[in-house]
Design a protein around this ligand. Structure first.
Ligand SMILES: [Zn+2]
Length: 70
């Protein structure tokens, strides 16, 4: 049986907010629909993945440049 919530919690600061809100009033984080635990789901931030991949690739390039080029 699915529980009904009248409010949800911010995944970042655990402040209560309205179910229809998509942004936390307290910390400004984007909050998705409520999950089974009464906490708003975290939006996937694709830019953080992309920047992480770029950073790892840049680090690998530096190692190649520093140690494997004559
Ligand atoms: Zn918050």
């Amino acid at each position: 049986m699915a529980q009904k919530y009248i409010s949800k919690k911010c995944h970042q600061c655990m402040a209560y907010m309205k179910l229809e809100d998509d942004k936390c009033q307290s910390c400004g984080a984007k909050v998705g629909p409520v999950n089974d635990f009464g906490i708003g789901k975290k939006h996937t931030n694709y830019w953080s993945y992309i920047s992480a991949v770029i950073a790892i690739a840049g680090c690998g390039y530096y190692i190649w440049w520093a140690f494997f080029t004559p």
